[in-house]
Every structure is written in structure tokens, then in C-alpha cells.
Design a protein around this ligand. Structure first.
Ligand code: AMP
Length: 549
């Protein structure tokens, strides 16, 4: 028997309509390249999104067409986040940090029809444009060359009336490629329904908990897993939005000047911003929460933000394939009386699955997968399913390497789950170090190294070794206070926590750790630099290595 309720499609047009009708006066603020702030309200955004829909229609965009963006976090990019999907086309944000060769392959595979380019990236875009010249380009900002089309001019010439006609919630709304840290970049095609449900989940009090009173700053780029869904979650909540543009000189200034209450980015962003935020503590008093993900957040940094700055850290785990949010680490009511060290230990875990996400810990056997216990000890592959998890990659037949026969997505992350359901990521399956047949967690070693006050950054990789298969080597960035005894000090610190065979054979001191295109430690690049040879992993990649910034 079917229920008697409306079959109401879950589309992004509902989010836009609700946000702009109920919260018309809410502000969108963008830091411009010249350092000034551009501001307008949701009502203005609404009118511009409708004009943009007319522009896209005039340019021949049809339902299902892929429309690329090559842009930073700005109000124009936000307008495209709504106009493209709401008229039935597919938003495809390109990762501006990938090389032109990588992007050319991605653009060809996606068959993008148009690309919108940020004025901040016009020079950098030329290398790509030369390779994909079949695609029409629209530039933000004023561009004098007559072959180029200017965004603002198109908008001002367009009509402001447009009626959304998107009814099928299973239509594609966005295409994001994985960053390709382990394996070639693969396209993930989100639907209106998946993004709508992810938005509702993100806005729950115990998830990101955004409210109408918030001022939300996504530092996470809009090309990285749809900026973690924040452009949709913020507007559905009716929050003010602050967009940092291409290169904010000071995150602390931006937070202070615009009264940000919730900000989001990868751990390296928060590690770098900490000293300045600390200096400006009095000016950032409104900042109540920082959402961190993409890499493990070191416990010492969580503690510093929470105790020194009074900012709650929401440590989340997810993947492009999961829209991206999968788990979130928050203390439960029953944890409040634990000693502080125990609290930081729990918060540094990747946390519990958010409502709507199902996880299992699995070990592969000859006849399928065996579920492992949630005892905080057993290490297995994390597998997931949810209404916002991919069931295949764009233009790639599903393979058992990524999707199980019984309907689970294989994340490729090795983890433990404790009795309370807190996930702890041990490593990417492909990054787990195997020494003498035993597994060594690079993340666990890095987390302990980062507890030392003189260590700014740490990355542990497995170097091929004739006797043991692989041996760990630690690459670290120290503060100026570190002296010549630092290797011995670090070794001592690790010996107190780990078996002897886990201790890295070498500590290598560098000025900077190479980063991937989304700001995480680039272990492939480190391995290449240390061994001077292409690893099997490297050889298996279709795309060329990410360019170093
Ligand atoms: P991406 O698709 O670029 O967001 O990368 C997803 C991968 O980043 C995951 O499979 C994890 O390996 C890693 N990751 C994301 N969040 C975390 C976290 N909080 N702690 C550790 N690893 C993480």
C-alpha cells in the first residue's frame, strides 16, 4: 500500500526559492582581488541567478549539458552554483590547481559545453584554453578582447524573469572529479535529490548545525567536492555567506572584518592561520565553529583552537564520492566529564556516521566481504552507503574495486570503529605501510609527531626496502626552535607510543611538504622525491602528476 503524500521533487530550485523568499536581506560578501569587499543581499543574488538562467538559455545550454567553471570562491561562482542546476544543466567546477594536461582530459571526458572563467585566473587559463579551444568561454569581470564574452555584460542585457522547470529529482546537478591523490581523477555525478538530502543532513544541529544567525566562510574551494555542500547548506539555513576569492591575504582579517561565525577548510589552512588568529583573538570573538576535513586534524591543533581560541572544531571525514560528508567527530553528552586528553583523543577521531550514512568495516575473503566488529581494534576497509553516495563513476563501468555486489561503496580507507560508532581512519588502503608483513599507520605516526611543539608539518611514507618490503620514513617541517637533537627527541616520543618496528628509519627535515591540488600532503610526490623512481602507484595513473604549486 502506498502512502498518500505529495510526490514533491527534492531539487536545488526549492533551496534557492526558499532562501531568497524567506531570507531576502541576508548578505553575500566576497573578498575581491583588490582587497575590497563586494556585498549584496540574497534578493540581488536571486535576480542575477534568474538573469543568468536566461543568459545560459540564450547561449544554447540545454538540459543535461555540462557547464564548467574555472573559478575561485566568489559571488559569481555562487550564482552559477544555482543557475546551472536549476535550469537542468550540470555544474562542473574545475580544479584550478590541476595541470592543463590533466584538465584537458577531464574537460574532454566531461564534454563541457561552456566554461566560466574567473578574472583572477585569466592568465593561467590561457594554457588550458589553447588545448580546448572548441569550448566557448565566458569571463567574469571586464574583458576587452571582442572574442571573449563578459559575464556582467551578458547579465545586464538579460531578462530577469525565469521560471524553473526542474521536476525530476534524480536529474544530474553537478559533476566533481576526485582529486586523484590515489589513482586517476574520476567523475562523480551528483543528483538534485542527493544534494538536497545532503543539505538537510549537513544542517542538523549535531552535524554542521548552521543557523540563520550564522556567517559562513567556506575556505574550502568551490571545486573541492562542491565546497563540502556549504553553498547549499548555508543558503537553506538563511546564513550570511563570506567568499574568500582567489587569494585571501589574511584569513584572520577576513574573519574579523566580516564577523564570521563558522568557517571550513582543510587542516593545513587552520594550522597556518592559527598564529594570526591567536594574535587577533579579541577581533574574532564571533567565530564559534571551524569545520575541518580532507585530512586528519592533529589533536594538538584541535586542543589549541578549542582552549586558546574558544572555537569548536567539527572534525569531519568524507569523500568527493560522498557529497562529501560521511562522519563527524563531536563529543557526546556522556563525554563531557572525561579528562581533557581523552576528549581531544575522541575529537581527533573521524567520528560517528552522520544520520543517513551507513558504514561497515569489511575484510575481503575468497567469497566476498566479512564484516569486522566495532571494537576499536579490528582494522578493515570502510564501506559506505547513503542517499548521497555515488553508485558508479561518470563514464566508467562499476568495478568490484570500487563497488561491492551487495550495494556498498568501497572508500579505500582503512579504519577501526569503536563500540560507540566512532571511526578512526588508519590510512588509505594504498598508503598503509607494510613492513615485514605488518601494517604501520602513517596517520597515527604523523598525529604523534605533530604533538611536539617544534613540529609544524609531518608526513610519513613507506620506502621500498629489500628486507622488510617497506620501511617508514618521516618528512617533517620544524619551527625555528628545533635544535640538532630533534631526531632523537622525536624518536623517543614515538617509542613511548608505538612498537619498535613502527619507528621511522629516517627523519628528513624540509622547509615545506608538497601539497596536492586540494591542499593535502602529497605522499606520491614525497615518495617520488625520496626514491627518485616512479612507484607502482604512480605508473598506474593515467594522468600526469599534479604540478607543484
Ligand atoms: P577527497 O575526495 O579529495 O575529499 O578525499 C577523500 C579522502 O580524504 C578520504 O578517502 C580520506 O582518505 C581523506 N580524508 C578526508 N577526511 C579525512 C579526515 N578527517 N581524516 C583523515 N583522512 C581524511
Amino acid at each position: 500500500m502506498y502512502g498518500l503524500m505529495m510526490d514533491y521533487p527534492l531539487t536545488l530550485a526549492q533551496i534557492l526559492e526558499h532562501a531568497c523568499r524567506i531570507h531576502a536581506d541576508k548578505q553575500v560578501t566576497t573578498l575581491l582581488p583588490n582587497g575590497t569587499l563586494h556585498r549584496y543581499d540574497y534578493a540581488t543574488l536571486y535576480e542575477r541567478v534568474k538573469r543568468l538562467a536566461n543568459v545560459l538559455t540564450e547561449l544554447g545550454v540545454q538540459r543535461g549539458d555540462r557547464i564548467a567553471t574555472y573559478a575561485s570562491n566568489t559571488y559569481q561562482h555562487l550564482e552559477l552554483y544555482y543557475a546551472i542546476p536549476c535550469l537542468g544543466a550540470v555544474l562542473h567546477p574545475l580544479n584550478v590547481r590541476l595541470s592543463p594536461t590533466q584538465l584537458t582530459q577531464i574537460v574532454r571526458e566531461a564534454e563541457d559545453k561552456l566554461v566560466f572563467v574567473d578574472s583572477a585566473y585569466i592568465a593561467q587559463f590561457q594554457a588550458l584554453r589553447d588545448k580546448i579551444d572548441s569550448i566557448s568561454t565566458v569571463y567574469f569581470g571586464l574583458k576587452s578582447e571582442d572574442t571573449d564574452t563578459c559575464y556582467e555584460q551578458l547579465l545586464s542585457d538579460a531578462r530577469s524573469a525565469y521560471t524553473w522547470d526542474i521536476r525530476d529529482e534524480n536529474s544530474a546537478m553537478g559533476l566533481c572529479y576526485t582529486s586523484g591523490t590515489y589513482g586517476e581523477p574520476r567523475g562523480v555525478l551528483y543528483t538534485h535529490r542527493s544534494m538536497f538530502l545532503h543539505t538537510l543532513a549537513a544542517n542538523q544541529a549535531d552535524v554542521f548545525g548552521l543557523t540563520e544567525a550564522d556567517v559562513v566562510l567556506p575556505i574550502v574551494p568551490m571545486f573541492h567536492a562542491m565546497a563540502w555542500g556549504l553553498p547549499y547548506a548555508s543558503m537553506f539555513a538563511g546564513a550570511d555567506i563570506v567568499l574568500p576569492g582567489a587569494k585571501p591575504t589574511s584569513i584572520a582579517d577576513l574573519i574579523a572584518d566580516t564577523g564570521v561565525t563558522v568557517a571550513a577548510g582543510v587542516p593545513t589552512v587552520w594550522a597556518a592561520a592559527y598564529p594570526e588568529l591567536r594574535k587577533r583573538r579579541a577581533n574574532i570573538a564571533r567565530l564559534r565553529r571551524v569545520i575541518v576535513g580532507g585530512e586528519a586534524m592533529p589533536p594538538a591543533l584541535i586542543e589549541a583552537y578549542e582552549t586558546e581560541l574558544g572555537v569548536e572544531i567539527c572534525h569531519a571525514w568524507g569523500m568527493t564520492e560522498m557529497s562529501p560528508t560521511g562522519t563527524l567527530s563531536k563529543l557526546r553528552a556522556g563525554h563531557q566529564n572525561l579528562p581533557d586528553t581523552e576528549k581531544w583523543r575522541i575529537k581527533a577521531k573521524q567520528g560517528q556516521p552522520i544520520p543517513g550514512v551507513e558504514l561497515r568495516l569489511a575484510a575481503e575473503t575468497t567469497d566476498g566481504f566479512k564484516e569486522l566488529p566495532w571494537d576499536g581494534e579490528a582494522i578493515g576497509e570502510l564501506q559506505a552507503r547513503s542517499p548521497w553516495t555515488a553508485n558508479r563513476y561518470y563514464k566508467i563501468e562499476p568495478t568490484p574495486e570500487h563497488f561491492t555486489n551487495d550495494g556498498w561503496f568501497r572508500t579505500g580507507d582503512m579504519a577501526t570503529i569503536d563500540a560507540e560508532g566512532y571511526v578512526q581512519i588508519v590510512d588509505r588502503a594504498k598508503a598503509l605501510i607494510r613492513s615485514g608483513g605488518e601494517a604501520i599507520s602513517s596517520i597515527a605516526l604523523e598525529t604523534t609527531l605533530l604533538k611536539h611543539p617544534y613540529i609544524q608539518e609531518a608526513a610519513v611514507v613507506g620506502i621500498p626496502d629489500e628486507k622488510w618490503g617497506e620501511r617508514p620514513v618521516a618528512v617533517v617541517v620544524c619551527t625555528e626552535e628545533a635544535d640538532e637533537n630533534i631526531s632523537a627527541t622525536l624518536e623517543k616520543q614515538l617509542i613511548s607510543e608505538f612498537p619498535k618496528f613502527w619507528i621511522p628509519d629516517k627523519f628528513i627535515f624540509v622547509d615545506e611538504i608538497p601539497k596536492t591540488s586540494v591542499g593535502k600532503s602529497d605522499k606520491r610526490a614525497i615518495l617520488m622525491q625520496l626514491t627518485g623512481v616512479q612507484t607502482a602507484l604512480e605508473k598506474s595513473r593515467i594522468f600526469s602528476p599534479t604540478e607543484k604549486k
